[in-house]
Design a protein around this ligand. Structure first.
Ligand code: ZN
Ligand code: ZN
Length: 399
């Protein structure tokens, strides 16, 4: 991040300073709205994008409340040699926008053999994978870039997209519409595809066709998983949540959940329902843990059937105490898999197919998860207050 009027900031003198939200110190909560940060210069292999809409997720909430979130502080310091030094960065990693300019190495000439409709040009409507893989580690070289050992995340380790402009490697840009065409995927939805990708990645790791599925956590990702499981032909869908249950269960039922359980004062009702309906298998086939709540981990391994599958996307704030791995996993022969990010770029291609499938009407469903109000960057304090209080589940800034 470069602040204007420093010696290095002359590269883009044709555009004045931009508005952006910056994390200045990990020791104190909040962000700082700046208007004097220079528009980022474009590296040769990069693309600069003018941000139309940018969504806020749980990671941003942790960054906002960094003083009480040791995990995110440790992660944000990961690439600093001197663990006491933190350089301020622009936060935000979910967005969509319009290509403003291409780096010198990714011009039209280089891609002259790429079909016109797939070629990236200034003015195109795009989103991005903001996890930048190193390209060299074992995982990157064996088709598992999404779990690269040296991944850098824009908005966590590098400047992100709560800003008017952001630069990203050409390879990470996802074309949503040529010539700024936002008809199929409206910008509010285009801004939340990073999150949608987490849900798609999770559901795709289990075969849910004709299966009973329990989704633990009815936040944005759990709700997305609910309609995906319904669309993909799950036999029965159980959904649990401990907060804001009226609104979340209303959407959950609309999206196809068969049973919704408020687990704020215990999970016995879920256990009873699973025992009643899953008598043949003695548990559900697939559990998707989307909440990060310690009690949900206990529930997951209690209700999964012997030989079933548990997919873990939610992130616990601290290591689990007293996890009974023998009873929960080993003797039941359960398959457990952690899900991180989106597969590069399988998940993105799948998402584009889903979003373009008119009859699934996924954009309408995604829009229902979002706050009706869109916020200006300058309203960030109100936005984060509403997210932290649970008044809004997910919201979008329009810089
Ligand atoms: Zn996110
Ligand atoms: Zn790598």
């Amino acid at each position: 991040m470069q602040v204007l009027d420093t010696p290095e900031s002359t590269k883009d003198s044709q555009i004045d300073g931009m508005n952006c939200l910056v994390k200045e110190s990990l020791e104190s909560d909040g962000l700082v709205l700046k208007s004097d940060v220079s528009v980022p210069p474009i590296g040769s292999d990069e693309v600069r994008i003018k941000v139309i809409a940018t969504a806020v997720c749980g990671t941003d909430k942790s960054i906002y409340n960094s003083s009480s979130s040791e995990g995110i502080r440790r992660e944000m310091m990961r690439y600093f040699d001197d663990k006491s030094e933190f350089n301020p960065i622009i936060v935000g990693h979910e967005f969509c926008g319009i290509v403003d300019a291409l780096g010198s190495g990714v011009t039209a000439e280089r891609f002259s053999d790429v079909p016109e409709n797939l070629r990236l040009s200034a003015g195109d409507y795009v989103t991005c994978e903001m996890h930048l893989s190193c390209g060299h580690c074992f995982q990157c070289r064996t088709g598992a870039e999404h779990i690269c050992t040296r991944v850098k995340v824009k908005g966590v380790h590098l400047d992100g997209c709560f800003a008017e402009y952001v630069t990203v490697p050409y390879k990470n840009v996802i074309l949503l519409g040529k010539d700024g065409d936002t008809k199929t995927i409206p910008p509010k939805v285009g801004a939340m595809l990073d999150a949608f990708g987490n849900a798609v990645h999770t559901v795709y790791e289990a075969d849910v066709r004709g299966k009973s599925v329990a989704i633990l956590g009815a936040g944005p990702l759990g709700l997305m998983a609910a309609f995906l499981c319904r669309d993909f032909g799950a036999a029965r869908i159980y959904l649990t949540e401990a907060a804001d249950v009226d609104r979340r269960f209303k959407l959950g039922e609309e999206f196809g959940a068969d049973f919704c359980f408020d687990v704020s004062s215990g999970s016995q009702k879920v256990y009873d329902a699973v025992e009643k309906y899953e008598t043949m298998a003695n548990g559900v086939d697939v559990v998707l843990e989307m909440s990060g709540s310690p009690s949900a981990y206990r529930d997951a391994f209690k209700i999964v059937r012997n030989g079933g599958t548990v997919l873990l996307l939610g992130i616990t704030r601290k290591p689990l105490d007293n996890f009974d791995i023998a009873n929960g996993v080993i003797w039941k022969g359960v398959t457990v898999k952690g899900i991180f990010g989106r597969k590069m770029f399988d998940t993105w291609e799948t998402m584009l197919s889903l979003l373009n499938a008119e009859k699934l009407d996924i954009t309408t469903k995604l829009d229902k998860i979002l706050a009706t109000k869109t916020y200006r960057l300058s309203e960030y304090e109100e936005a984060f207050t509403n997210l932290t209080s649970g008044e809004e589940m997910k919201l979008v800034f329009e810089p």
